[in-house]
Structures are given as structure tokens and as C-alpha cells.
Design a binder for this molecule. Structure first.
Ligand SMILES: [Zn+2]
Length: 278
């Protein structure tokens, strides 16, 4: 199965236009979008801004792609710039069959390959905290606060970081409850694994990926893992893929040119190519 994967458009229309063109040229059977695909929602009304973008721009675009090529499937996860109210919108479109919203606990299969998805990242300086978690149990909470979507009041609520992060499960705890599928499977996870070619920022010596994600990949050995989040990493390390045991881990990065990868799920390592990098 021909797979196209990209990530972190942050609502930038020129990147979507390049993706329109890539889908026309390459005709993949599956497009996977790895989180942070939408513009940042406004703090006073994320549902009316980011949620509305998904309804008015993103989903109609997905429908145009699929109308032009009925064999195309589209799957996605969210990222740390996305709000919980946006997940609600995508879940409704998952139920309607427009797009597959990948989940860590519910397997999604296509052409003999199983997919799981996981959106959360370790804490960042950005103020939306819906998809941030402490990486490992017992990590020190960040000092910087932020905001979450409260599904009960359907409004944004400011959080105290110490209180919020200790009351929310860590990435380590959440991934410890994930059951690895039988057979060939692909893990789509916004945060790259710690200490690889995929999690480096310019001018920062230490890696910024997730230790818990790395341990999960090492223990469960999916065929392929697809990441994003650290846009600059391939330009810092010169590599957009790495290996953890038998697993091929990929972070295309993102830039003004559209960074995406294409591969065949029957032979990911032998067919992997990047739209910009070599
Ligand atoms: Zn991003």
C-alpha cells in the first residue's frame, strides 16, 4: 500500500496546496496527517476558530481529495497546538467516515496493516495544554501554566501547572496501557522518541523527544513510527529517519517547502523517500 505522511502544517495554505499537488502526482492509497495541521485557535474561542477551520476548510478539502480519488483513505492524529474541542469535531467526522482519527486503544486497519495513533507530547512553552502530559511518572511539572478546553462548561479554563500535570496521567502511564497489535502495525505519534535523529532543536544540545515514547517503541517494535512536532530536527541532524531495533522511525520535519514522506507499507525502508530532503 502506498502511504504518504506529513505533519505540522499549522493551517498554512501554501503547504496544503503543495499537498493537493503531491496527491495528484503520487496517488497514494493512504494519507496520514501527524498533528498540528490546523491554525492555532483563539484563546477566547477555540471552538469558533480552530474547530470552525476544521469544519469549513479541512474536512471539505479531505472530501475533495477523496472525490477525485475514491480509493484514497485519510487518517490523522492531533498535536500540542490542537484543542480538545477540535478532537470532538474530528471524532464526529471519524464516525461519519470522512477521516480516521487514530487512537491508542482502538485499532484501525487498512489493507492488512494496523494503525494506532497518540497525540500527546511532553510539556512545551506553548499555552494549550490539552495534549501535553508529563513524560515519565514522577517528572517535575513545568512552571509555565496555560489553558485547557473544559468539555462540561464548553469553555477555556486556565490551569495551575503543578495541579494539572500531577492530576493527569503521564505519557508513560498512558502508553503502558496500550496493547501492541498482532502482525504488521504502524504507530503515528506526534512526539518523536528521545535521543534520536528526530528530536533535535537548533542551538540546544539536549534532545527534546519523549523518553516514554522511545521505551514504548523499543518494547513493542512497530514496523514504522511516524512523528512530527520538532520541525527543525531533520535540518539539524541531516536525517529524517532513524531506527530503534527493528522499527523504522520517521520525522519528515516541516518548513516553507512541504516536508512529507512516501513509502510502500510492504517495504517501508526500501521505498522511503522525502519530498525535499535526500
Ligand atoms: Zn508543530
Amino acid at each position: 500500500m502506498r502511504v504518504c505522511y506529513t505533519n505540522d502544517f499549522h493551517g498554512r495554505e501554501p503547504l496544503y496546496e503543495r499537498l493537493d499537488e503531491l496527491l495528484r502526482l503520487e496517488a497514494p492509497e493512504l494519507l496520514i496527517l501527524g498533528g498540528d495541521m490546523f491554525p492555532d485557535g483563539q484563546l477566547d474561542d477555540p471552538a469558533g476558530t480552530q474547530g470552525a477551520y476544521v469544519e469549513r476548510d479541512f474536512i471539505p478539502r479531505v472530501r475533495r481529495w477523496r472525490a477525485a480519488r475514491p480509493a484514497l483513505h485519510v487518517a490523522c492524529i492531533l498535536g500540542n497546538h490542537d484543542w480538545l474541542c477540535t478532537e470532538e469535531v474530528l471524532r464526529a467526522h471519524h464516525e461519519a467516515g470522512d477521516v480516521a482519527l487514530l487512537d491508542p486503544r482502538r485499532e484501525w486497519s487498512l489493507n492488512g496493516t494496523v494503525f494506532l495513533g497518540y497525540s500527546p507530547t511532553p510539556p512545551t512553552p506553548y499555552w494549550v495544554k490539552d495534549f501535553e502530559r508529563l513524560d515519565l511518572r514522577g517528572d517535575v511539572p513545568p512552571e509555565m501554566g496555560g489553558a485547557v478546553w473544559d468539555p462540561h462548561s464548553r469553555s477555556v479554563r486556565a490551569i495551575d501547572p503543578a495541579e494539572h500535570f500531577t492530576a493527569t496521567s503521564s505519557i508513560e502511564s498512558e502508553l503502558s496501557r496500550v496493547i501492541a497489535p498482532q502482525g504488521r502495525w504502524i504507530f503515528v505519534c506526534h512526539s518523536p522518541p528521545y535521543g534520536t535523529h528526530l528530536d533535535r532543536l537548533p542551538r540546544l544540545r539536549s534532545p527534546v523527544g519523549s523518553r516514554a515514547v522511545r521505551r514504548f517503541i523499543e518494547a513493542s517494535q512497530p514496523a514504522v513510527t511516524l512523528h512530527g512536532h520538532i520541525h527543525e530536527s531533520p535540518l539539524v541532524t541531516g536525517r529524517y529517519f532513524d531506527r530503534l531495533g527493528r522499527t523504522l522511525c520517521i520525522n519528515p520535519g516541516q518548513d516553507r517547502e512541504m516536508f512529507a514522506v512516501l513509502f510502500d507499507s510492504d517495504d517501508p525502508a526500501g521505498t522511503l523517500r522525502h519530498t525535499v530532503l535526500t
